[in-house]
Structures are given as structure tokens and as C-alpha cells.
Design a protein around this ligand. Structure first.
Ligand code: C2E
Ligand code: MG
Ligand code: MG
Ligand code: MG
Length: 286
């Protein structure tokens, strides 16, 4: 594949790594270097909108790694690697720090007060002291917990290593952080945790959005999740909204937050600022 070619190509220029004929290990070593230098990593921000008015309601921070030789590497590729090789807590700290700095900058420069949602890996919740880390960062940048939301995947909540995540999540919640369940409905769906854990928001995975409105099964699932969430007082974000038809279906079904390429791709902070006016008006025509 092109990717493999890219890796071999880059290895030729890194004699120190010649002995590692394992491209994954070479990538781990590159990631370690990227964490030290800091300047290959970026957060991009994807806005979340009200589907009817286009109003921006928040944004999600998504990690990007601009590898000097291989180009952009997807978080779906390097985050699992970081988790396996003990780099996740450092990477997670970098994300928290960067998102807080950006939030502070935006508040200082008069951007609307909107929460930034960050993705939290299972390991960050199990191991490190996430709560202390978040609180330290908030203090440094004079932010309130309501300005940072935490996205956790379902698998985090029922991971056997985790034991009962309830007390940790409750502590975060009591501090004022909001908690969203990411990729809801994929993997190990269990509704039990929704009842037990202090969740504010469900992010309906884009697998259920992709074939709307044609797929009767997806339409039924989306409506049922919306009804359940309404009954429980939870917000629902529809992920991966790409078309006007999907958006219209979600409006009719009563979904109040949407995120996806139809509204905006994840953008570097500077670009988001430049395009702010257009972004907030993006769905005004609907
Ligand atoms: P996620 O948290 O579910 O993020 C949504 C993913 O869907 C993002 O992929 C986003 O770019 C993509 N997306 C958004 N709208 C659309 C759309 O309309 N169509 C399609 N096809 N895709 C859309 P991305 O940025 O590649 O991130 C992939 C995953 O990597 C994330 O899924 C999240 O699980 C993880 N991730 C990203 N940043 C971080 C981070 O800072 N920390 C941790 N622990 N995980 C992260
Ligand atoms: Mg997410
Ligand atoms: Mg998601
Ligand atoms: Mg996802």
C-alpha cells in the first residue's frame, strides 16, 4: 500500500531505525519524538450545530499528527499504538493542555462561549489522575469545567479493567464537567450504564446516520434512541451528518445537535476563526 511505501521510504532517511524492521515500532519512536518536539501535533476543531438554525453549540477537538515524512496520520491509526506502547497518558495530557489553551485564547479574543469536547481514552480514565490533571489545567487558564466536555466511548464504561467507573465519573460530574458517550450504539451496547452513570449526552454513531433516510432499520433505531434520551433528559448528538436529507430526517425526528461534513469538517483553530460567520450560517437555508 501507499502507506507501507511511505514508511519504507522514510526509514531510508533514518539510519538509527534501520535495525527496527518493524514499521509500527518506528512509528512509536516517531510519536515519542513528536511528543517531545510538540510541533507535529495539532488539534483540529469540528463544530456541532443545531440542525434547523445552524447555530454552533460546541466543538469537538480532534487530534492530528503531521508526520514530517509520512504526512497526516489518522488518530484511528496512532492512538491505539500510543495506548499499546505507554504513550497515551502523555498524549492525553497534551490534548487537555492544548484544548484548554485554545479555549482560553478564544474566550480572551471574544469568541462565543462554547464548550470544547475532548476525547478521553480508556487508559486516561483508568490510570492517571484525570480529575487533578483537568483541574490543574483549568486553573492555569482560568476556565470553568463547563467549558470542557469529556467524550468517552462505551467500551470505556464496561471495560473489565475499569471495575466500576461510576465514582470517578461522578467526581468529574460533581466538578462540573459534562460527559458524553461517544460512538453510542456500536460495540458492546449495554443500556445499564446509562442508568447508573452520570452521562449528559449521547453521540449516536455515524453508522446509524449513514443510510438515513432510506434505511428503515436505522430510522427506527435513531428515533428510538432519541425517544429514550428525551425520557432520560439526555442530549443526543448525531455524528457524521453528511447530507441535507440526513439533516432533514434528524430535524423531523427531533434531534437537537448534529455534527458532520454537511456543516463543517474538522478545521485548524485559525481556519475555524476565519470561517466563523459562514459556519454559523451554514444551515440557515434549511
Ligand atoms: P470520534 O471521537 O468519534 O470522532 C469523530 C470522527 O468522525 C473524526 O475522525 C471526524 O473527523 C470524523 N467525522 C466527522 N464528521 C464526519 C462525517 O460527516 N463523515 C465522516 N465520514 N466522518 C466524519 P478522526 O478525527 O479521524 O478521529 C477518529 C477517532 O480518533 C475519534 O472518533 C476518536 O475516537 C479518536 N480521537 C481523535 N482525537 C482524539 C484525542 O485527542 N484523544 C483520544 N483519546 N482519541 C481521539
Ligand atoms: Mg469523539
Ligand atoms: Mg464519535
Ligand atoms: Mg466515531
Amino acid at each position: 500500500s501507499a502507506k507501507r511505501l511511505g514508511r519504507n521510504h522514510s526509514l531510508r532517511f533514518r539510519p538509527a531505525l534501520d535495525k527496527q524492521d518493524n514499521p509500527q515500532l518506528a512509528l512509536v519512536s516517531d510519536l515519542r519524538a513528536a511528543l517531545i518536539s510538540g510541533d507535529q501535533l495539532e488539534l483540529h476543531y469540528q463544530t456541532q450545530h443545531h440542525p434547523g438554525t445552524g447555530e454552533v453549540l460546541g466543538m469537538e477537538a480532534l487530534l492530528r499528527w503531521r508526520h514530517p515524512l509520512d504526512g497526516m496520520i489518522s488518530p484511528g491509526d496512532f492512538i491505539p499504538l500510543a495506548e499499546r506502547h505507554g504513550l497515551m497518558s502523555e498524549l492525553g495530557s497534551w490534548v487537555i493542555e492544548k484544548a484548554c489553551a485554545q479555549q482560553a485564547h478564544w474566550q480572551y479574543s471574544g469568541m462565543p462561549k462554547l464548550p470544547i469536547w475532548i476525547n478521553i481514552s480508556a487508559l486516561q480514565l483508568f490510570q492517571g489522575d484525570l480529575e487533578a490533571q483537568l483541574n490543574t489545567c483549568l486553573k492555569r487558564y482560568q476556565l470553568k469545567p463547563s467549558q470542557i466536555g469529556l467524550e468517552l466511548t462505551e467500551s470505556v464504561l464496561i471495560d473489565e479493567r475499569a471495575g466500576d467507573m461510576g465514582p470517578r465519573l461522578k467526581a468529574l460530574k460533581e466538578q462540573g464537567y459534562s460527559i458524553a458517550i461517544d460512538d453510542f450504539g456500536t460495540g458492546y451496547s449495554s443500556l445499564g450504564y446509562l442508568k447508573r452513570l452520570p452521562v449528559d449526552k449521547i453521540k449516536l454513531d455515524r453508522a446509524f446516520i449513514r443510510e438515513l433516510p432510506a434505511s428503515h432499520a436505522d430510522a427506527a433505531i435513531v428515533k428510538a434512541v432519541l425517544a429514550m434520551a428525551r425520557g432520560m433528559g439526555l442530549d443526543v448528538v448525531a455524528e457524521g451528518v453528511e447530507t441535507e436529507e440526513q439533516c432533514q430526517f434528524l430535524i423531523n425526528a427531533g434531534c437537537s445537535i448534529v455534527q458532520g461534513f454537511y456543516f463543517a469538517r474538522p478545521l485548524p483553530a485559525a481556519e475555524l476563526e476565519q470561517r466563523w460567520t459562514a459556519l454559523t450560517a451554514a444551515a440557515g437555508a434549511l
